[in-house]
Design a protein. Sequence first.
Length: 222
Amino acid sequence: MEPRHLPLHHLVRPAAGNDPHPPLLVLFHGYGSNEEDLFGLTPYIDPQFLVLSTRAPIMLMPGMYAWFEIGFTPDGVIAVDDVQARHAAHVTAQFVEQATQAYHADPSRVVVAGFSQGGTMAALTALTRPDLVAGAAVLSGIVPSTIIDELPDRAALINKPFLVIHGTHDQVVSIAHGRASRDFLSQLGVALTYREYPMAHEINLEALLDLTEWLKTLNGER
């Protein structure tokens, strides 16, 4: 299947079967990576899903891209540029909306997922445009609580499925961020599944199994 002309460059893993309106999974990579990274997970993803792996719009250097710039506080904590992040969320939401139409996906079965900075983008896309997605998976990412007062439709987030997975040995995005994301999302009343594992900044086997099983649940499989 040839990629459609959409706001973000992306790779496509077609859905198996004959469903004219398949479920859609949109993947967002981490800071300094590219669309090839998470596309490597597609052999493990439910074949019923159409999978699109996107490339962030900011080029750091050839083959390395970002969704927004990051900085570090004096104590080494990652600081998110909220203005750029909100702009990036507008871009990802636009992509999800247009991709759902262009690929004739089922709009009630659209899921976003991302790793590290891509996890932030998955969360922001779902939080700012809950009408577009059925759920969001945040893998080793940060959910910026500073947008809490700017959510356009809190009622639409009630019982919206979110999966948050983080490593207790993560030296890039500390476990404190994962737990803060857990607490923030819990306040919003989403249907939260939270897992933490003794892993570094990575997607280990347990995390991958959690993601694949969670996706099957969202697709109505048992």
